[in-house]
Design a binder for this molecule. Structure first.
Ligand code: HEM
Length: 510
């Protein structure tokens, strides 16, 4: 074909896209956030989202970083928010800007729950403030975040953890550290939440969970998920079968969270198969952030020998030495981890800031003015990526892209508001498992640091590339092979002492 014909076709196509974009819109009203244009008309943002997933929300505005902008795709619009100030205003308008309507949608797409059960989640009053969904929200926060709920869960975490840490030498040499962490976190968290008979006692179910989790995003984007999202679909099917057996066996020893959730669902017409299906899909928050958070904590500490020595010294003050029947005993005193290890806890905060890449979402139920100036329209979606907020110099200081625990230890300057830290989400949907997760991650970390040297097989720590999963914490796409060698003088019986359950880890989001 003649080159001129190519050029003519190219220009005609471009013109068609430009005209179509103009016709389709979105046509913004006065005061709506400015539209972020793309140099490729019509398809530019769509392609970006398919290619980069939710990371696109941060990427697309990285250069100009407007405080809030409208993202238009084929005439539809959503708003992307880049500042903690506007997020604060969104959180204050929780009645009209709500996460609630998205839950049944996720339960249907991600968990595969029957549509009629999803429809019955809320009373159809347009406000999403009545019905089973509201009771479910209350139940979650009451059973996971209250002192009694957290105490039960924390005790179970520590019981599960002890043998898993003792078993490390059985992993041999040169094994993937992330693989090890995924196993330890799966067993500990599922043991704590679902009790000793949890479905992941079956190693095939554990594998199925991670196959599902790593690919769950494809269930949201495919038209025929059974065929287009096969890995996630098949993983979820196996996981649901594991949960079904668990519930048929009577979910013995489960946490109050699980027993009360089963009761609530049964009272609302769920069959046991539905409960298993729901748990299969909606158990992801329990695991998917914890494993990568542990990974970054350990990687950032062990990759810095000086920091490792400082943190090890700090943690040594949380270990009570003794003896039983002539054998040495070592007890990790959890309250001391909370109060006497500021640098260790600061590393945890810093990795959650640096590697927190999630996006919170809210549905607009009524036209609302946010931050006293921006109009957000009913029926649209508001997206709040964590990364731009975690880079606000006002709150985090200079060079936000660098790892620096001093920014977490700093006590001078203006008090940083809770809204500047997003990794546990934001009110009224703050992660109810944040204290349990923190205890779990820091207890595994402290035990590893006190008992083992971790040496990468390559002789140095690499920075793995990332993969897009459902996790709000960046997930490594490849593993790092390591040797874990017991430190001299650490032979003996290791355990944990929980202490006063009312004493919490200090967290940026409280
Ligand atoms: C470092 C680990 C963790 C991180 C970073 C994390 C973060 C989050 C985030 C960002 C949300 C969504 C909040 C929103 O929509 O705005 C969430 C929700 C949730 N998380 Fe966590 N989470 C972690 C560990 C855990 C653990 C261990 C549990 C359970 C024991 C848990 C239970 C939940 C539940 C049940 C929800 C849903 C809450 C709701 O619907 O209101 N999370 N988490």
């Amino acid at each position: 074909m003649d080159i001129y014909l190519h050029i003519i076709i190219f220009f005609v196509l471009c013109l068609t896209f430009v005209v179509l974009e103009k016709i389709l819109g979105p046509h913004l009203e006065k005061n709506e956030p400015p539209l972020l244009t793309h140099k490729v008309p019509l398809f530019g943002h769509f392609y970006g989202l398919v290619r980069y997933g939710p990371e696109y929300y941060t990427r697309v505005s990285a250069k100009s970083r407007p405080p809030i902008f409208t993202l238009g795709i084929f005439g539809t619009r959503s708003y992307v928010v880049n500042t903690s100030q506007i997020i604060h205003s969104i959180q204050r308008n929780a009645k009209t800007l709500s996460f609630a309507p998205l839950i049944p949608y996720v339960a249907e797409r991600i968990a595969g729950l029957r549509p009629e059960l999803c429809k019955a989640w809320f009373v159809d009053n347009g406000r999403f403030d009545e019905g089973m969904g509201v009771e479910h929200h209350r139940l979650i926060h009451h059973t996971l975040y209250t002192v009694e709920g957290a105490r039960q869960m924390n005790d179970a975490v520590l019981t599960e953890l002890k043998p898993l840490m003792d078993e490390i030498p059985s992993w041999g040499t040169n094994f993937g550290i992330y693989k090890w962490m995924v196993h330890v976190i799966s067993q500990t968290s599922f043991g704590a939440v679902y009790g000793p008979n949890h479905p992941m006692n079956d190693v095939e179910v554990e594998k199925a969970f991670w196959a599902f989790e790593n690919n769950a995003g494809s269930l949201l984007t495919s038209v025929w998920p059974k065929y287009q999202a096969r890995t996630a679909w098949n993983g979820r099917k196996k996981l649901a079968a594991g949960f079904l057996k668990y519930y048929q066996d009577g979910n013995k020893g489960a946490s109050t969270f699980v027993t009360m959730r089963r009761k609530l669902f049964e009272e609302n017409g769920f069959k046991i198969e539905d409960i298993a299906q729901f748990e299969a899909g909606m158990s992801t928050p329990i695991l998917s952030n914890t494993a990568p958070a542990l990974f970054w904590l350990i990687r950032e500490i062990y990759a810095r020998p000086e920091l490792l020595a400082e943190v090890r010294e700090e943690i040594s003050h949380a270990i009570i030495k003794g003896s039983r029947d002539g054998n040495p005993t070592f007890t990790m005193d959890v309250p001391s981890l909370k109060t006497k290890c500021p640098r260790f806890v600061a590393v945890y905060h810093e990795i959650l800031r640096m590697h927190g890449i999630g996006t919170s979402a809210r549905r607009v139920l009524q036209d609302t003015i946010v931050d006293n100036k921006y109009l957000v329209k009913k029926g649209t979606l508001i997206l709040m990526p964590f990364a731009p907020v975690h880079a606000e110099q006002k709150w985090w200081g200079k060079n936000p892209a660098s790892f620096d625990i001093n920014r977490q230890l700093k006590t001078d300057g203006p008090k940083r508001p809770a809204v500047a830290f997003r990794s546990f989400g934001g009110a009224p949907h703050l992660c109810p498992g944040r204290q349990v997760a923190t205890l779990e991650i820091l207890c595994i970390g402290a035990m590893l640091i006190s008992r083992f040297d971790v040496e990468p097989a390559l002789g140095y720590w690499t920075t793995p590339k990332l993969t897009y999963t459902m996790s709000g914490i960046a997930t490594p796409s490849s593993d790092i092979a390591v040797d874990m060698k017991p430190l001299p003088g650490t032979d003996g019986e290791w355990g944990y002492e929980m202490g006063n359950p009312k004493l919490k880890f200090s967290l940026a989001s409280n």
